[in-house]
Each structure stands twice: as structure tokens, then as C-alpha cells.
Design a protein around this ligand. Sequence first.
Ligand code: RP5
Length: 165
Amino acid sequence: MPKVAIVMGSDSDFPVVKGAIQTLRRFGVDVEVRVISAHRTPWRAAEFAEGAAAAGTEVIIAAAGKAAHLAGVLAAHTALPVIGLPVKSSTLDGLDSLLSTVQMPDGVPVATVAINGAANAALLAVQMLSLRYGGLYDKLLDYKREMASGVMDKDAALQEEVAKI
Ligand code: RP5
């Protein structure tokens, strides 16, 4: 069973993180969810990342706001892929979270999604896992077909509304 760990810097990030949990579950991916702060519990962040691969985790999603160093710190302590999810939790509308997550120095990549982009963080994790678990690739194709069909339905409904004007 593929497994993703979602680590958030604070329980205040949980409302955003829920979207990633829902998307991962939809694909049948096991999810471990933790609160570990890069600043308030730095030793736990290091321990968690160092033990993640041995614990069966294959991808880590790190959600944090403000001076969001969590994804970078986890990536520093593991060779697993780390996806950064910047959380809009500050007076700077999340731009601080985005920049502090995405602007990693050479050698320690963090694949960063949009501010509050929880669904895309999960989908990117599923795409990574699909390289090993072929069934997930087929599910991703189904997901894309469903998404396209939703857009086409909306377009058809819009044509009806426009015709009424
Ligand atoms: C970050 O600081 C957390 O990821 C959170 O987004 C932000 C605020 O944390 P709290 O003060 O709400 O615990 O470390």
C-alpha cells in the first residue's frame, strides 16, 4: 500500500491540510498526518524525516505558514521527495509562506505547490507514487477524464444561460 506522510507546522494548518487528506484517500493512498514544527520542535522534525523512509513513507507533504521552513528542514533530513504546501496563515496573504517554502538552495529541492494548494500537493504525490504503483496511473487518467467532463458540462450549461440573455 503506498504511503504519504503529511506534516503540518501547527494544528492551525489543519483546515487546509484536510483537502490533501481527502484527495489522497480518494486514490486509496495511506496517509499519516502529524503536527511537527520546524521552529518549535526542530528535533522532532529531524527525527521524523530521518526515520520516514524506514517507516514506509514514500512521499512527504509539508504544510506550513508564515516563515515556513518545515518543508526545507524535512527535505534536509531525508532523500524522500518532499512537496511543500505553503499555507495562507499570515498578514502577508501567504506570500511569505510561498517564498520561504519554494526558494530552496541547490541540493535540497522542495516541490512547491500554490498557496493553500492542498489538492495539487496530494495529486503530485499520487503522480510520484504512480511510477511505482501502476494502478494509480490509471486512476489519475480517470480523474483527468472526470475533470474534463465536469468542464464540458459547465460549458454546455453556460451555453443555455447565454442563449436566455
Ligand atoms: C507555522 O506558523 C505554522 O505552520 C502555521 O501556519 C503558522 C502559525 O502557527 P500557530 O501560531 O497558529 O501555531 O509554523
